[in-house]
Design a protein. Sequence first.
Length: 144
Amino acid sequence: MKEQSFLPAGYEPPKATSRYTKFEEGKTTRFRILSSPILGWEYWDKTDKPKPIRIAYTEEGYKQAVVEARKNSKMEDQTVRHFWAMQVWNYDTKQIEICEITQKTILAAIRNYIADDEYGSPLKYDIKVTKNKDKDKVTYDVSP
């Protein structure tokens, strides 16, 4: 006897989507920056449920982030990182996302394109970021 289908043929549950851009290993992520970045400091609060804490890009904000990050018990969890956060159009996910960048190599590359008269503001061209990993070393290739 044939089973009757409870769900439609070919049904796949929807994938959970994030509104944050992710750089995945071995993959090139192409996006268009849609807004000027919000600048700030970020540390992780690992005292209860781990969560990122972001503070305004000021000298006082940095000092506050350092004090708070030092409350984490492990030395590696006491890092304070500078970030840019901006709206982007992600061509892969076909949606507007928040792209938070803390990686110094990505930030430096974008700043170099901004300073180059041929490129200027990244609001005018797409950015491609490729994340590569070799053993424990992660690198990022960035191109317009």
